[in-house]
Design a protein. Structure first.
Length: 499
């Protein structure tokens, strides 16, 4: 079990086989695959688990139709096989969902090209789930969709998850195999000492520092990877933002792909944990990576424009948005300065002076990315790597001694007392924002930062975390400040006065 945070002194005493830097899905995957093989492995996260990109994705466990469109059959096939594996192994956390691709008169791709692509997509996954829906059938399923030039839709399936809970579940599995994890612990630097490494770390809560000893280091620091890699910069940080909208104002039952009227980019509108999610954008992110990413007012305008031109019934305004979220995609740059949406989304593994860096890729393929990183770090040989890539052996074993929501989060009541108690006991919550924004999504899925749902949980949280009233007030202030700055709805730019 994850349990409470361990003291720095306890982790300093150990001689580690592997230290993993970064507590997103990539680091979690590396922890799990290393611990499963009996290595003594410690994962360090500078803020909270899944605080980086892995809590801010589009939540899709998918093959990615865009990869087929870009001719990347290998990435699509790998992603699809991993998707099927995760649906099988984590029912209730990774769930198959229906996707609709509306077809419009004179707009490419039409019915037959889409059918050919979806035939291949299903073939690569080993399923047959796609079909054509007539205009009437589409409007029955999505009555609010603009019908003017609609001719029908292609329906197919992919999967949805909660990215944070997927990270927590993977960390938990890694810990069940003997792995250790620590959040709010930043790696300041690494240095080589013969065949070992010294890893300088700082506890961001207490300010304590320590030097840890390990035989190998894997940096899974995503968009931050260039900082510790010691080699030339390779990551092009691209920001993508989403809106979480009142479902009464934008009701959808399926995941819709709609084309933005300004630039023809596909944007998803989909039901997620009781709200409607709209995204994403795709922009260069030159901002300081020490500051949490946030959606700009232009991105909110862009996504609202899509909604209000593609759906007819209820105009959606800023007041209907509960929250926003922005993530920075660690795209491995082609160096050609191409349009952000044209950069490849594959991962890369590279090394310098023995520190292996892994960045890029997708949530969906975290197991394969982890195997590549372990191969590069010399913790897996070529034969085992090849065998494991294709292996059907289960990656997760069911948890039977936890509240149902731990395994079936997508169908859970996130305020269920037993579940909250489990999180507080088992999931190393340090701040209130860890609980409201990542362990649960209550702060994103409710109006006014979810303060109304937080209030009834106050006594349980205070008792479990031993927070007196002063600490509680501090935590609430901190949480609301973070929410307003990085998860709120930026006001529209004031119109410039004429003359
Ligand atoms: C808008 C958007 C939508 C996406 N949608 C999808 C999707 O639908 N499906 C899909 O499969 N993929 C999707 N992706 C891609 C996917 O989210 C990412 O590839 C994945 O989350 C990256 O995980 P990671 O662990 O590599 O990085 P991160 O999750 O960013 O983790 C890296 C961690 O390293 C930590 N760190 C950095 N420096 C240090 C240090 N010095 N010491 C300790 N810790 C450190 C950071 O705090 C961070 O938590 C999307 C990405 C974006 C941006």
């Amino acid at each position: 079990m994850l349990g409470q945070r361990r003291s720095l002194a306890a982790v300093e005493q150990e001689e580690w086989d592997l230290i993993v830097i970064g507590g997103g899905i990539t680091g979690a995957g590396v922890l799990l695959e290393a611990a499963r093989r009996g290595h003594r492995v410690l994962l360090l996260e500078q803020t909270d688990f899944a605080w980086g990109t892995s809590s801010r994705s589009s939540k899709m466990v998918h093959g990615g139709l865009r990869y087929i469109a870009q001719g990347d059959i290998r990435l699509t096939r790998h992603s699809l096989l991993e998707r099927e594996r995760l649906i099988r192994e984590l029912p209730g956390l990774v769930e198959r969902a229906t996707y609709l691709f509306p077809l419009r008169k004179g707009v490419f791709p039409g019915r037959w090209p889409m059918k050919a692509v979806l035939w291949l997509y299903d073939f690569l996954a080993g399923i047959r789930d796609h079909r054509y829906l007539s205009r009437e059938q589409v409007l029955q399923r999505v009555p609010d969709l603009k019908g003017d030039d609609l001719t029908g839709a292609m329906s197919y399936t992919d999967a949805l998850t909660d990215d944070c809970r997927l990270v927590m579940r993977t960390l938990l599995e890694g810990c069940r195999h003997g792995g250790w994890v620590r959040n709010y612990t930043r790696v300041e630097s690494t240095s080589r000492d013969g065949d070992r490494f010294r890893v300088q770390v700082k506890d961001r809560e207490s300010g304590e520092t320590a030097t840890l000893n390990t035989h190998r280091v894997i940096s899974a620091t995503g968009a931050w990877a260039d900082r510790l890699s010691g080699s030339d910069p390779r990551v092009r940080p691209l920001r993508g933002s989403h809106l979480f909208v009142d479902p009464a104002k934008l009701p959808v039952k399926d995941c819709l792909t709609v084309m933005h009227p300004d630039d023809g980019r596909p944007v998803f509108v989909f039901p997620w944990e009781g709200v409607t999610c709209v995204g994403t954008t795709d922009l260069d992110h030159p901002q300081d990576m020490d500051i949490e990413a946030a959606a700009s007012h232009q991105e909110v305008d862009y996504l609202l424009k899509l909604v209000n031109t593609q759906f007819t019934e209820h105009p959606v305004s800023r007041e209907d948005i509960y929250s926003t979220i922005a993530g920075v995609r660690p795209v491995i740059a082609s160096g050609k300065g191409v349009d952000p949406s044209k950069e490849r989304r594959d991962h890369a593994v590279w090394g310098d002076n023995g520190v292996v860096t892994v960045s890029g890729g997708k949530l969906t393929t975290f197991r394969l990315i982890a195997l590549d990183a372990l191969l590069a770090a010399g913790l897996l040989d070529e034969t085992t790597h090849r065998r494991e890539q294709k292996s059907d052996a289960p990656g997760f074993t069911p948890i039977t001694d936890a509240p149902r929501a731990v395994e079936s989060f997508m169908q859970a009541d996130q305020t269920e007392p037993a579940f909250i108690q489990w999180i507080l006991e088992q999931e190393a919550v340090v701040h209130l924002d860890d609980l409201m924004l990542r362990r649960t999504r209550l702060g994103l899925l409710n109006p006014a930062a979810g303060m109304a749902v937080l209030e009834p949980m106050k006594a349980a949280i205070q008792a479990q975390l031993q927070w007196d009233d002063q600490r509680w007030d501090q935590e609430v202030r901190r949480y609301l400040d973070i929410h307003q700055r990085y998860y709120g709805v930026p006001a529209a730019e004031p119109r410039k006065a004429c003359g």
